[in-house]
Design a protein around this ligand. Structure first.
Ligand code: NAD
Length: 425
């Protein structure tokens, strides 16, 4: 087959087994034995399970899970599994948590397990009138929502509140109904989407308008996880370090270019726990960044202050739509094992621990930036990756990485040359 007659039209691809699909892909791409074998190797998830989770599955991708130590959350010591491909992330949480362990660790809270579903109504000439017509049906709406998920109601969840907003848009006014639902230990996307779809025809009947979208909002600002901690000034290296960190925060708070990186660092920790527990990283990330921009200008998810005693006080608040049931959390065996490590009984507990990890991560990044710079710690770990990429195996990895750090040249070409020297001599 020549490159020009390769076709991506593969009838029946979705009906094949994982193994059959991989053969087709391997032939298409001309995969060598090494690449084919890599994709065929089972990870810690059965290919047949992968096939049920997504469409057209051909393989799985393994990501390391590190465990963060030193975390004390609401008076309980927890070990936190973190799935990440990025070096330094786990180490930063361990170090940051150690420096506030003696002062009590993290205190956390959650605003509630409330998710919001939106129903978009268009083609209305009297939107304010329509808004009230919908609000008048609150009891009917509550009953219709709860009838969608009686199990959720039995668990103490279900419809909680109704909001109807009139928004101006380029296409004219829209009447947007918010169904506010307690989804208990589920992230709740499917749950609230079903409710929104069920209600849509009634909303059209009551108003004479036309409904288009019926979907949850990822700006889950009724499900805010919060964490705070005090780092004693002597535990973090003195007032100079503290003041440098406060200045780093002021910079991020005032400048979206810096805030994006500040918050990315927070999400290094947050997303790693979200992924390890089989939750939806994109949902949490979308919510976090939208929340960071709620004031009309993108800013920080954390705040840093100096206490009356001169210590460093950090706090974080962000939407945390995570669950223990539903999605991949319940069916991925590794996610289930990670939840066992965390020893959490509710989605609320999980959300609170994740907020604490986000705060710890931010402390670590800000302290490194305000003192030695990020590269010192980063490079030591990055050097391991470069050494492996250069072909180092076993004990060679540590030895070669140490040489690269010592030379302050963590580069592929240097690694190759140094590895050859190591082996030669
Ligand atoms: P789900 O559809 O499996 O529903 C979870 C069910 O769990 C609910 O019906 C609820 O009744 C039940 N439940 C809640 N607490 C419980 C408890 N303590 N014990 C037993 N059952 C309980 O899952 P979901 O959480 O509704 O959906 C999550 C999935 O939806 C994720 O995989 C996400 O990726 C996906 N999703 C996300 C978006 C988005 O974020 N925009 C959109 C669509 C789908």
């Amino acid at each position: 087959m020549t490159l020009s007659n390769l076709t991506s039209r593969i009838p029946g691809f979705h009906r094949m087994t994982c193994e059959e699909r991989l053969e087709v892909v391997a032939a298409f791409a001309g995969l060598d034995d090494a690449a084919h074998g890599q994709l065929a190797a089972p990870g810690n998830i059965d290919p047949h399970l992968a096939d049920h989770m997504i469409e057209n599955a051909v393989a799985t991708l393994s990501i390391p899970i590190g465990v963060a130590t030193n975390m004390r959350v609401d008076g309980r010591d927890v070990l936190v599994p973190m799935a990440t491909e990025e070096s330094s992330v786990v180490a930063a949480v361990c170090n940051s948590a150690r420096q506030c362990y003696e002062s009590g660790g993290f205190v956390t809270s959650l605003s509630g397990n409330l998710m919001i579903a939106q129903v978009q109504l268009t083609g209305i000439s009297d939107p304010e009138n329509a808004r009230l017509r919908i609000l008048e049906r609150r009891d009917e709406i509550a009953a219709a929502c709860n009838a969608c998920d009686p199990m959720l109601v039995r668990l103490g969840g279900g419809f909680q509140d109704l909001e109807v907003r009139v928004i101006a848009s380029r296409g004219g006014p829209m009447v947007v109904t918010h169904l506010i639902v307690d989804t208990r230990d589920a992230m709740g996307a499917n749950t609230v989407n079903t409710m929104a779809e069920t209600l849509a025809p009634s909303i059209e009947n009551w108003t004479g308008g036309r409904v288009f979208l019926r979907i949850l909002s990822n700006l889950a600002d009724r499900r805010l996880a919060r964490a705070r901690a005090i780092w004693p000034v002597e535990a973090i290296g003195g007032a100079g370090v503290r003041d440098g960190m406060i200045s780093a925060f002021h910079f991020a708070e005032a400048d979206p270019y810096r805030a994006a990186t500040h918050n990315k660092g927070i999400m290094n920790g947050v997303s790693a726990v979200v992924l390890a527990t089989g939750n939806d990283t994109r949902a949490v990330e979308a919510g976090a960044h939208a929340y960071a921009a709620r004031g009309g200008r993108y800013s920080t998810l954390t705040h840093w202050e100096i206490t009356a005693e001169g210590d460093l006080a950090g706090s974080i608040e962000l939407p945390m739509p995570v669950g223990l049931v539903g999605g991949a959390t319940k069916i991925h065996p590794t996610a289930q094992a990670c939840l066992k490590i965390l020893r959490v009984a509710t989605a609320a507990e999980l959300a609170r621990i994740i907020a604490a990890v986000g705060l710890a991560q931010n402390f670590g990044a800000m302290k490194a930036l305000a003192t030695t710079g990020i590269q010192k710690g980063h490079m030591a770990l990055h050097a391991n990756n470069v050494a492996i990429a250069a072909g180092a195996v076993g004990e060679e990895v540590g030895r070669l990485a140490a040489i690269l750090v010592e030379k302050r040249q963590v580069r592929q070409d240097i690694a190759a040359a140094e590895l050859a020297r190591l082996r030669g001599g």
